[in-house]
Design a protein around this ligand. Sequence first.
Ligand SMILES: Cc1cc2nc3c(=O)[nH]c(=O)nc-3n(C[C@H](O)[C@H](O)[C@H](O)COP(=O)(O)OP(=O)(O)OC[C@H]3O[C@@H](n4cnc5c(N)ncnc54)[C@H](O)[C@@H]3O)c2cc1C
Length: 224
Amino acid sequence: MNVTLIRTSQHNETIKTFYFKPDQPLRYIAGQFVELTITHSQPDTRGEKRWFTLSSSPTEKLIAITTRIVPTSSTYKKALNKLPAGSVVHMSEAMGDFVLPKNTSIPLVFIAGGIGITPFRSMAKWLIDTNDQRKIQLLYSVRDTEDILFKMTFNQPNITLIPHIADELLTVDKIIDYTNGLAGKHFYIAGPEHMTESLVSQLIKRDVSKYHIVTDYFPGYVQI
Ligand SMILES: Cc1cc2nc3c(=O)[nH]c(=O)nc-3n(C[C@H](O)[C@H](O)[C@H](O)COP(=O)(O)OP(=O)(O)OC[C@H]3O[C@@H](n4cnc5c(N)ncnc54)[C@H](O)[C@@H]3O)c2cc1C
């Protein structure tokens, strides 16, 4: 489907959200992702398509993606960064199973590494708008507390936001300290591939069932 860029919002020096209006309603579940095509001249070897988790909630009118753009970014990111409001681009249907469990009584631990916060913003906003008060501990690994995105959305009585400064490696022992134990919880992990893979294997070694771990890894991000 085609989507029109309506506006952007710059969170800090490098992170930006792009808001699009779809030409037909996009059906999606909080936590799902889309493929966005940005055609541009002389694309580098990484090409003109990228996957992005929607940072918007299905309860919101506009569809949003949030990404990091740095001076060394790909031609894709540079073209996206320069896209003027009113531009029409192609977006795929939403897909993916990084979505909330139906059982609302399960305590959830969300673990985000940097830009991996995007699905959690979508889920948190959806929970607020549907008046769902399930208990969530959000462990958010960032380079600096200045990098914490969507503070207003996460500032809810049922959400405990726990920032972790990425200088120190996030391990399962740290997760136990922050969350007061692993038992009975479901873990949602989104972020760079190496962080996600390492935490999954550590959780499994501590007897957390693989059925209680859901992951979304973001290729292209080596560091938080
Ligand atoms: C299911 C899924 C969901 C995703 N959701 C998101 C999301 O919500 N937000 C998001 O930002 N990304 C998301 N991603 C990742 C996204 O698709 C891109 O892979 C990622 O943003 C990197 O984009 P890029 O390749 O344009 O690299 P860039 O962002 O341009 O660069 C990433 C890093 O690579 C370095 N780099 C740049 N160019 C080169 C080069 N030529 N050679 C070597 N290194 C280089 C940069 O310095 C930077 O450190 C998701 C991926 C998947 C699969």
